[in-house]
Design a protein around this ligand. Sequence first.
Ligand code: 3SL
Length: 247
Amino acid sequence: MADSQKIDVFYSVHTFQEEELRGKAVVVIDVLRASSTIVTALNNGAKAVIPVADMAEASKIAQNVDSDNYLLCGEKDGIQIEGYDLGNSPLEYTKEVVGGKTLIFNTTNGTKAIKKSIGSADILIASFLNVSTVVNTLKIQKKDIVLVCAGWKGRLALEDTLLAGNIIHLLNNGKLADESTDGARVAFGIYKIYKKDLAGVVHQSNHAMRLKKLIGDDDINYCCKIDIIDIVPRLKEGIITLQNGEK
Ligand code: 3SL
């Protein structure tokens, strides 16, 4: 990355104002599970994902589209919303189910983080699944970077912090720039401590514990896989698709 490029990290939707993202390249991170699900859905042939802030916005869009081509997807507190076609398990978003469909996507923290980032210069969606491809995309652009972690209801999420640290580590070839922000230092430091056992640490996170009680381990195991997907979802004009002709 260019020497003059700065990286900052925000740890939940509640910890920044929209103005702080103006002119920046934003990377939205929600390892468990919204960003992992978006990456998986687009990799499996979904045409587009429309992130929404809440159920009212989701219903409004759903009422005005052809239900053969659109799926209503998402969760509240980890559970599929009643009347929705899909929940938020990335494992549900197979080629057979999402191929060619546009997904109206509504989640507790992840889609809110995406919506709040809309005034920035560029918005990419990152997960462990596609981390290196996201980093390669960031390396060839010159803008300052903000990593927006979705967190959980205003609180820091360990799994998002680890991915933010992983991105900083890859961007800077394993070093931390002298003039790094406190946010970047914390993510980088946590990643360095735990990088040898990322999956083990994610399994101990508060959100993994919540999910295990609801649905078991499968989604967590999947969301900890590194670089199994080589696409970068990008938000433009309110819709997430694959960047520049991927797939
Ligand atoms: O908060 C979110 O956006 C979700 O990803 C949370 S959950 O993993 O579906 O519980």
